[in-house]
Design a protein. Structure first.
Length: 426
């Protein structure tokens, strides 16, 4: 059966309603901290260059094998000279023109063990570069989160200031009506107008700072628009803030791991320097495609050279001592960093716990301040309290709400800094 015209109209209206609903949903979708962080990773140089450093380190690690790999060279040698003349061996050596074509192979056989420790040291470069990249990401997350939550704090301040303005405007309208019939003093009207003007001025200043902060933030993460709404979806309510758990996680901090890898590299470099105390052995082989002179019938030769540098001005020994000192320096730095990280983690965990309690107390204070203001509003209309008392209760409400909002977002940022200390991302 064909649908009736009324039915089609009803379905058309429903389709339009559904379409507008979808549009509203898509427009209400904002930018989360995770999305902002991922966008910053793609658009900012700090992480991009860290990834390039990883690629360079991997290539350098592969490149280092050239130190122990054979070198194969093709050569063509042409010699013109004043001929010796004569006959026999002399003539064979002193030909006016000689050509030699050969393939040469050079292979280091033993370099006093230096080559093995060199390879060990260079092979750790990719791991070190990856740790540096992870640390760069953690630092970027903290920087993005700092601006992200500063904007949310500013938005909360603007919201609270707007509410104060609206309430004051309502009070002023009420007072003007009462003053027109002589039920309210003119001084109360003027006091409310003054307070309203002050609030409007503060609101304009807050809105200006908010716009500037958002413009800076979206430029930092490489966004094309600065009008997108920020949505805080970071939840810390289910997170466990057991001190020992976080201290255990802190052992994986990229900065700690970097120092540990650098210590391993310095140990290898120290052994690499010690390899200079031992002899070296090299192999050199030639295969002749064309050979001049008396040896023209000999197709190949191999030379094995062993050399032992008995004295080189103490260079190898001094290098060994230098790396030994560097090793002790890095070990001291590692011990200090561990203590600092542990202290930072413990302090942050304690602060988070304190903030949770403060938020609970402030939430109660906000509820009480709201109730107090509403009661003062009722009593003012009955003539039981002065306008100054109403204004003071409104100030208390806004101040308490602002303090709660700031503590709330401070707790989120402290959580991000705790992730930074233990080397975690979202």
């Amino acid at each position: 059966m064909f649908a009736t015209k009324a039915y089609r109209q009803r379905m058309g209206k429903k389709a339009w309603i559904l379409l507008f609903g979808l549009m509203a949903t898509s427009q209400s979708k904002g930018l989360t901290l995770q999305e902002a962080f991922l966008q910053a990773k793609k658009k900012t140089a700090i992480v991009q260059n860290a990834q390039r450093d990883v690629s360079i380190a991997e290539l350098q690690s592969k490149q280092s094998w050239a130190a122990v790999s054979p070198t194969v060279t093709a050569r063509s040698i042409n010699v013109w000279r004043d001929a010796l003349g004569g006959g026999g061996v002399q003539a064979r050596f002193g030909e006016a023109y000689q050509h030699t074509a050969l393939i040469n192979l050079t292979q280091p056989i033993f370099a006093g063990t230096s080559e093995y420790f060199f390879l060990d040291r260079i092979s750790k470069q990719p791991e070190l570069a990856k740790l540096q990249k992870l640390d760069a990401e953690n630092q970027l997350l903290f920087e993005v989160a700092s601006q992200f939550y500063n904007i949310l704090i500013a938005e909360a301040d603007v919201k609270n200031q707007k509410r104060q303005k609206e309430l004051l405007q309502g009070n002023l309208n009420f007072l003007k009506k009462r003053a027109s019939i002589g039920r309210v003093r003119k001084a109360d009207v003027l006091a409310t107008e003054s307070r309203l003007s002050s609030v409007e001025s503060d609101l304009l200043s807050l809105q200006s700072r908010l716009r500037a902060a958002k413009a800076e933030f979206f430029a930092q993460i490489g966004a094309e628009s600065s009008n997108e709404t920020l949505i805080d979806d970071v939840s810390i309510e289910k997170e466990s803030f057991d001190k020992q758990v976080w201290l255990e996680q802190a052992k994986s901090n990229p900065l700690l791991k970097q120092l540990e890898v650098q210590i391993q590299q310095t140990e290898a470099q120290k052994k690499e320097a010690r390899g200079g105390f031992f002899p070296t052995v090299d192999l050199d082989g030639n295969y002749y495609l064309d050979r001049a002179g008396i040896l023209r019938d000999s197709e190949w030769d191999i030379t094995v050279t062993a050399s032992w540098e008995l004295f080189s001005g103490g260079e190898d020994y001094r290098e060994y001592q230098i790396q030994n000192i560097n090793l002790r320096k890095q070990q001291s730095e590692l011990a200090d960093l561990k203590r600092q990280l542990n202290a930072s983690v413990v302090a942050a965990v304690v602060q988070v716990g304190t903030l949770e309690r403060e938020l609970s107390v402030l939430k109660t204070a906000v509820t009480a301040a709201e109730a107090s203001y509403q009661e003062n509003e009722k009593d003012r209309r009955r003539g039981l309290v002065t306008e100054l008392e109403v204004l003071n209760s409104l100030d208390t409400l806004v101040t308490t709400q602002t303090a709660y909002d700031r503590k709330y977002f401070d707790a989120k940022l402290l959580y991000i800094s705790l992730l930074r200390a233990v080397g975690r991302t979202l």
